[in-house]
Design a protein around this ligand. Structure first.
Ligand SMILES: [Cu+2]
Length: 595
């Protein structure tokens, strides 16, 4: 009998297939598919019975954000279940609003008393131990922030319960929507999925968030942050991080796929909207899944921005495909609908084939908008967002690279590692064989994905542009440039194995980005400028230590935890896959920018 490995089943669950869609109707509320017993399922739940929560906002420049243990009700018909949250919320955290050029200070403290996924901690990863189930390690990261390394939430800059640190975010970057979430080594998938994630909205003199903003963008009640997640919930209201009984509890799974859509902490909510233009700021905060989003009436909407800020002009589209970590800023005109009409925000990305084999079903919907008779934002879609009188400078052409490097995404098959593993460059996180771009230079990274699944790749510190993608003949490439044992750097040249014409960026990828979908069996070419210390206002290559580094929790930092936990001096940033299971094991590498 064929033995399924965790890798083949789950390590990269997300490739798109032509599987049948369960669009519309009540197909998604039909409940578990008991003919597919290899995947856990949520109980049947009625959609659109909970109102979309408006996330609480924090204005000002100094905040306290504690990570706490909470209970949270995900659906009207479920009891509250254990969760984690920031800043006094029951799940997720408040929307932190900030002004370009005005630093934000966040006093962060880990006050976690119990972890909802204590039993799911895999103590075989990165020197984790039984202690970590109760003495939970955390590290808060501002995703998309151009942040000094000592405030970037390095995965080894650990705060345990009772510990914390003061973050200082310079906010010297364009207005956009960032997000903060936990990033602790080998715990990210558990901490973030449990609820440690929140939105951070950066404003500037153009995108002010005021009704009279010079860009003419909808604001106030007509601007909505939508934190999209997937989840499996148990019938007692608790969350599950486990997708399949094939993998014993407490072992790394490779991908926490969900079967219900969660928006701002509620399963399949609804919201009332006025007849007019809305600005929706959408974050894919999933553990695993890529979503291809559209409206149920297939209406046109406009992309106005993405991770790194606004586009030059709104780009019309009928769909947006987002992978974990990516954000998109869109304008939607509900004035095109009649009062009393409803429209759903749906997903057409099919269940990944390997996940479908063990029972994953297409997750078709997130949210329903019910259109009121009231008149909303009365302005139209702006003609331009950049490059003109009173507007920010243009995004501009993709700069020419001074240096080209190739990096790889793979699933090494190393028999010495019983749990399978995901890898960048065929290395593990402990490797010091890292990328070291020179400050003040432009680099093109050819990201070779030698796996059959998409991976969202995220670089800390910088924003980049997407140049193009090429499909490649991975088999031929690997035959000529075989993958060595794990731990030996492998960055095969993809160019001789390109099998189609280049595909340029999608409409929603044409501005500045910090996370990009790398499609299976393809090379994705991105271009990034690595700024100097002078331009940044801080030294991006500074060394620093974490709160736990000198053992003031009573533990000897040089004993046992070794390089994995209390490494003493840290330096630089990380780049990684944003599938949370993947970054935990071990699809994340350090990198430094050097002079
Ligand atoms: Cu990945």
């Amino acid at each position: 009998m064929r033995k399924f490995s965790r890798r083949t089943l789950l390590a990269g669950l997300a490739a798109g297939s032509g599987a049948g869609l369960l669009l519309g109707g009540r197909a998604f509320a039909d409940g578990p598919d008991v003919s597919r017993p290899l995947l856990f399922h949520s109980p049947p739940l009625e959609p659109f019975v909970d109102e979309l929560p408006r996330l609480p906002r924090l204005d000002g420049t100094a905040h306290t954000l504690d990570a706490t243990s909470t209970t949270h009700r995900f659906h009207r018909d479920l009891a509250p279940g254990a969760a984690l949250a920031y800043g006094g919320c029951s799940y997720l955290g408040p929307v932190v609003t900030a002004q370009r050029g005005v630093p934000t200070t966040v006093e962060y403290r880990n006050r976690i008393t119990a972890h909802p996924f204590a039993a799911d901690v895999d103590t075989s990863l990165h020197g984790l131990s039984e202690r970590d189930r109760t003495d939970v390690p955390t590290s808060m990261h501002l995703h998309g922030g151009v942040t000094p390394p000592e405030f970037d939430g390095h995965p080894q800059q650990i705060s345990r319960p009772g510990q914390g640190m003061t973050y200082r975010f310079p906010n010297r970057q364009d207005a956009t929507m960032l997000w903060y979430h936990d990033h602790a080594m080998a715990m990210t998938r558990l901490n973030a999925h449990a609820g440690l994630a929140g939105v951070y909205v950066l404003r500037d003199e153009f995108d002010t968030g005021e009704a009279a903003n010079p860009l003419g963008l909808p604001s106030g009640e007509f601007e909505l942050e939508l934190v999209l997640q997937e989840k499996i919930v148990n019938s007692d209201g608790s969350q599950s991080i486990r997708s399949t009984p094939i993998v014993p509890q407490g072992r790394w799974e490779g991908g926490a796929v969900g079967d219900v859509g969660v928006v701002n902490g509620k399963i399949w909510p609804y919201t009332r909207v006025a007849r007019g233009l809305y600005r929706l700021r959408i974050l894919n905060a999933a553990s695993f899944s890529v979503w291809d989003l559209h409206f149920s009436n297939h209406m046109r909407f406009w992309v106005v921005g993405m991770e790194g800020g606004l586009l030059d002009a709104p780009a019309p589209t009928t769909r947006v495909r987002l992978s974990p970590g990516e954000r998109v800023d869109v304008l939607v005109d509900f004035g095109e609908l009649a009062p009393g009409e409803s429209v759903e925000l749906r997903n057409s990305e099919p269940a990944a084939p390997q996940a479908a084999q063990i029972g994953a079903v297409h997750m078709p919907v997130f949210l329903r908008f019910d259109v009121d008779s009231g008149r909303g934002h009365t302005g139209g879609v702006p003609h331009a967002l950049r490059s003109g009188p009173g507007l920010p400078p243009a995004v501009g052409p993709v700069p020419r690279a001074d240096h080209v490097r190739t990096v790889s995404l793979s699933q090494p098959s190393d028999v010495r590692l019983p749990p399978s593993i995901m890898s960048l460059n065929n290395l593990t996180f402990a490797s010091d064989d890292i990328e070291m771009p020179r400050q003040g230079t432009v680099e093109q990274w050819n990201i070779v994905n030698a796996t059959p699944d998409p991976h969202p790749i995220h670089l800390h510190l910088v924003h980049f542009r997407v140049v193009e993608r090429h499909a490649i003949d991975t088999l031929a490439m690997c035959a000529r440039q075989p993958q060595p044992p794990l731990g030996i750097k492998w960055t095969p040249d993809p160019d001789p194995y390109v099998v189609d014409v280049p595909h340029g960026p999608e409409a929603w990828e044409t501005g500045f980005k910090d996370t990009v979908i790398c499609d299976p069996n393809s090379v994705t070419r991105i271009v990034a400028y690595f700024p100097t210390a002078d331009e940044l206002g801080f030294d991006p290559d500074a060394t620093f230590r974490g709160p736990d580094a000198d053992g003031h929790d009573g533990h000897d930092p040089h004993h046992e935890h070794g390089a994995d936990e209390s490494p003493g001096e840290l330096q630089g940033f990380v780049w990684h896959c944003h599938i949370l299971d993947h970054e935990d094991h071990d699809m994340m590498l350090k990198y430094r920018t050097v002079t």
